[in-house]
Design a protein around this ligand. Structure first.
Ligand code: FBP
Length: 333
């Protein structure tokens, strides 16, 4: 460990500061600490996947109709195991579980945790970046079992949200509504240290990220929007093109370097691919706290009322001017 890191804030230090700020009970910092533990375990699993024959598929298909990779389930099981004995968490929802998972004995828990345990898992075979996305909500009531409306909450009501990026470095980036802080894992001691305080989107620069192979499926306004980003005829300036194929990695680059990430709807699939509750909404909370914005092309993501656990939404997220231009062009402007 370099001497400067002795002076760096650790993730746990920050959790306690945030907890005081949001006047949360001790439960919130416990939850965030457990998510950090899950991230360290998953980082280890991702790093060794090839050595443990954990690449490839399990032969199962999840509720999304997507082939489940060995590591998706490993990551999901890690989340269940780290929260089993955390009395503050009554239930959990995940991309990899059809139904809400209720923790026996934790019925009085005040919080629920929603997550995509391994976003971008398709990158595991190519040793590409992947991530975990998490969202923490306070329950409407703690009388009895967690009810659907404890889970189907608007993004603006999240208590905390963030992501863990498994790249060359493992990073933990989150907000409890205040600034967005980024922490980097020092594997030698298993501790996340503050390396990116008060992150904010740069304006007027960066890249646009979209899977251009889907162009033939888009509405004309979407084709026009990507054309303007590509030929630099947007009002918000020129952008390069980047696409990692993992939402967390594409979002993180956008947060650091500016620009926009788009996963639009298609003519035949107007809701697009990404899930509202545990992908778009948590990243939208981070984006808003970092001075950016997130929309489904019409409405702010944080305003969308969830009606079902795995509902999908189009997603345009990034620097405010870029997202505002996307809304304008998609409306025919
Ligand atoms: P999951 O991997 O959790 O299903 O997330 C969806 C995702 O992999 C995003 O991470 C990524 O941005 C997007 O799909 C890539 O989709 P496509 O391959 O269609 O461009």
């Amino acid at each position: 460990m370099s001497s400067s890191q002795h002076l760096r804030l650790t993730l746990s230090d920050q959790f306690f500061r945030d907890q005081a700020k949001v006047k949360a009970s001790g439960d919130l910092s416990t939850i965030l600490n457990r998510i950090s533990l899950a991230g360290r375990i998953i980082a280890n699993d991702v790093m060794k996947a090839g050595l443990h024959e954990q690449l490839g598929y399990t032969g199962k298909v999840n509720v999304q109709g997507e082939d489940v990779r060995a590591l998706d389930m490993v990551a999901n099981d890690v989340f269940i195991s780290v929260f089993e004995r955390v009395t503050g968490v009554a239930a959990m929802a995940s991309e990899e579980m059809d139904e809400v998972y209720h923790f026996e004995g934790n019925e009085a828990g005040k919080y629920v945790v929603l997550h995509d345990p391994l976003d971008g898992s398709g990158n595991v075979d190519i040793d590409g970046s992947m991530g975990t996305i998490f969202s923490v909500h306070r329950r409407h009531s703690t009388d009895g079992k967690v009810s659907p409306d404890d889970i189907l909450q608007r993004g603006m009501d999240q208590v905390a949200a963030g992501y863990i990026l498994y790249g060359p470095a493992t990073m933990f980036v989150y907000t409890v509504g205040g600034p967005v802080n980024g922490f980097t894992l020092d594997r030698s001691v298993g501790v996340f240290f503050l390396t990116h305080p008060e992150l904010r989107f740069p304006e007027g620069t960066g890249s646009y990220a979209v899977n251009a192979a889907n162009e033939s499926k888009w509405i004309p306004e979407q084709v026009e929007l990507v054309k303007r980003f590509r030929d630099g005829s947007t009002k918000c300036g020129k952008r390069s093109a980047r696409y990692v194929g993992a939402l967390v990695a594409d979002f993180h680059r956008t947060l650091i370097q500016g620009g926009i990430y788009m996963y639009p709807g298609e003519v035949k699939k107007p809701k697009g691919k990404l899930r509202l509750l545990y992908e778009a909404a948590p990243l939208a909370m981070v984006a808003q706290a970092a001075g950016g914005a997130a929309t489904d092309g019409v409405k702010p993501i944080l305003d969308i009322e969830a009606t079902e656990l795995h509902q999908r939404t189009p997603l345009f997220i990034g620097a405010r001017a870029d997202v505002e231009e996307a809304v304008e062009v998609l409306a025919g402007g």
